[in-house]
Design a binder for this molecule. Sequence first.
Ligand code: 2HA
Ligand code: ZN
Length: 271
Amino acid sequence: MKHILSKNKKLKTIILETAEIAGYLWQRGWAERNAGNISVNITEISNWEISDFDKYPFVELPYPYPKLVGSSFLVTGTGKRMRDLTRKPMNGLLAIKLNPEANGYWILSQKIGSDNFLPTSELPTHLGIHQMIAKRGSDEKVVMHTHATELIAVTQTKEFCSEASINKLLWGMHPETIIFIPKGVGFVPYMLPGSVGIAEETIKALQDHDVALWEKHGVFAIGNSVGGTFDVIDILAKSARIFFMCQSANILPDGFNEEQLGELKLLAGNF
Ligand code: 2HA
Ligand code: ZN
């Protein structure tokens, strides 16, 4: 890391945490090939003063993000593998900074002419989510997309393709789920990945949930830290695994009733 980023200790910590969690995504089997992407809003900890912006690659965005003027992000690169991030994080991550018009960004982790690569194909969705967070003024810094196999599997039947039915199922399988994810998950019906439509639906779903479940594709989750965002997906995936374990043993799981869920919800914060 022989560039402006290496002088920033807080950023280094976030890069190392992202690399560690990327390894867990791979170990879970949620990150086949180049699947998944992560972005972290690093505006608050960015200490760089740059006078020579023309040294860095500049990329135009298809539309502007007015609430993100001048914001900086750490983001995974397009085509990069999560499993490779664990060894050489900056070979798969970029640091970008939006311009004053918020209709383009400089790639601060690369110099023009070096081995350049671009951010994830899901960048419009990531920036749209960060903009929604900026608008409402909440603290989430991280957006994580991964192909959580167990959660994809439950969306393969129409039975669980609604917010009400998917949350009833996931909350019912394990106490942690309603304690740590009391708002449940939002549901996004199948749409072409990387499209404007799926970005809009995801942003809508994340307005009142920390997780959006993409039908037959994966999850988008937001959180204050990379590790904490992973934890939430991990808990949901465990619920789905319990459901499938019961199914494969020919057990029809009872789940929790409304009263049990209600008292579990009250444990949030001291569990
Ligand atoms: O980053 O997961 O949805 C690759 C993807 C696209
Ligand atoms: Zn994906």
